[in-house]
Design a protein around this ligand. Structure first.
Ligand SMILES: NC(=O)c1ccc[n+]([C@@H]2O[C@H](COP(=O)([O-])OP(=O)(O)OC[C@H]3O[C@@H](n4cnc5c(N)ncnc54)[C@H](O)[C@@H]3O)[C@@H](O)[C@H]2O)c1
Length: 272
């Protein structure tokens, strides 16, 4: 049986770890040619080599999503190798926490915005022309539950993810207006068990202090389904948006959060 994205060419940013790595693996399993990019030049090539060994069509290209120069090179390389781009997953992102917004440095605010928002803008600006050449495709932007609801101590992060949500809708409208066959949607994960939680600096003083937040612990009470999500559970949603099964879906937001956005349930330690 053909895979759900058989023969399509996909580019996944932040593809070396967590959600991005799960997306790379699932799209490859479902028949796509996948270009995984990341600043992580250790885990990225390792993942691509492992998947290629198992029969997947996966390559890794080093890329910092904040560099416009590099975006031109990466999309140029995709065009040269495959002649087309069908799926763009703008997934790379970081989280910078601060005890209070007054503690957040402008440098941290700008670094986070550069990756989470400027990087997504550049992905769209430079992938659209190649996608349009071949009559369509699917752009998927990784937002967050924090792009739908406020999050104490993560105001800067929330601001970037909220912006990505409306950026996706606006690009969806531009593409629909032109009729270029490109669909654009955002994905909103809740608390997902990936390495990102160990990387969130709580002190925005530039000291780079890490708070080892345990996503499972955090999700147990905060999430109606009572557990953290797994990266593959986000990748399954991305696969749907990337595939033709979602051909009538554009400008929407896919929330995958164990019920957090819908409300809360009372859970006592005894009820666990
Ligand atoms: N894990 C969660 O609970 C959660 C929840 C909501 C949204 N998200 C979003 O999902 C996306 C993936 O996060 P994750 O949880 O897999 O985190 P992760 O830290 O495991 O993976 C993020 C990847 O992005 C890469 N990256 C960072 N800066 C980059 C840059 N400048 N250029 C290119 N790559 C860069 C990292 O090297 C890493 O491989 C992010 O956009 C994140 O904000 C995660």
């Amino acid at each position: 049986m053909a895979g759900q994205v058989e023969g399509k060419v996909a580019l996944v940013t932040g593809g070396a770890s967590g959600i991005g790595a799960a997306i790379v693996e699932l799209l490859a399993q479902e028949g796509a040619i996948v270009v995984a990019t990341d600043i992580d030049e250790l885990n990225g090539p390792e993942l691509a080599a492992r998947l290629a060994k198992a029969g997947g069509k996966v390559i890794f290209l080093p890329q910092d999503v904040t560099s416009e120069e590099r975006w031109i090179e990466v999309v140029g390389e995709v065009g040269k190798r495959y002649g087309r781009l069908d799926i763009m997953v703008s997934n790379a992102g970081i989280g910078v926490g601060a005890p209070s917004i007054v503690d957040m440095t402008l440098a941290d605010w700008r670094r986070q915005t550069a990756i989470n928002l400027d990087g997504v803008f550049l992905s769209v600006k430079h992938s659209l022309p190649l996608m349009r050449k071949h009559g369509g495709g699917s752009i998927i932007m990784m937002s967050s539950l924090a792009g739908l609801r406020g999050a104490a101590n993560l105001a800067g992060y929330s601001a970037t993810k909220g912006a990505v949500r409306l950026f996706a809708k606006s690009i969806a409208m531009e593409c629909a207006q032109i009729g270029d066959g490109i669909r654009v949607n955002s994905v909103h994960p809740g608390i997902i068990d990936t390495p990102i939680w160990g990387k969130i600096p709580t002190a925005a003083t530039g000291a780079g202090q890490n708070a080892p937040i345990d996503p499972e612990e955090r999700a147990r009470f905060a999430t109606p389904l009572g557990r953290a999500g797994q990266a593959i559970e986000i990748a399954q949603g991305v696969l749907y948006l990337a595939s033709d099964a979602s051909r009538y879906v554009t400008g929407t937001e896919l929330v995958i959060d164990g019920g957090m956005n819908a409300g809360g349930v009372v859970r006592t330690p005894q009820a666990r």
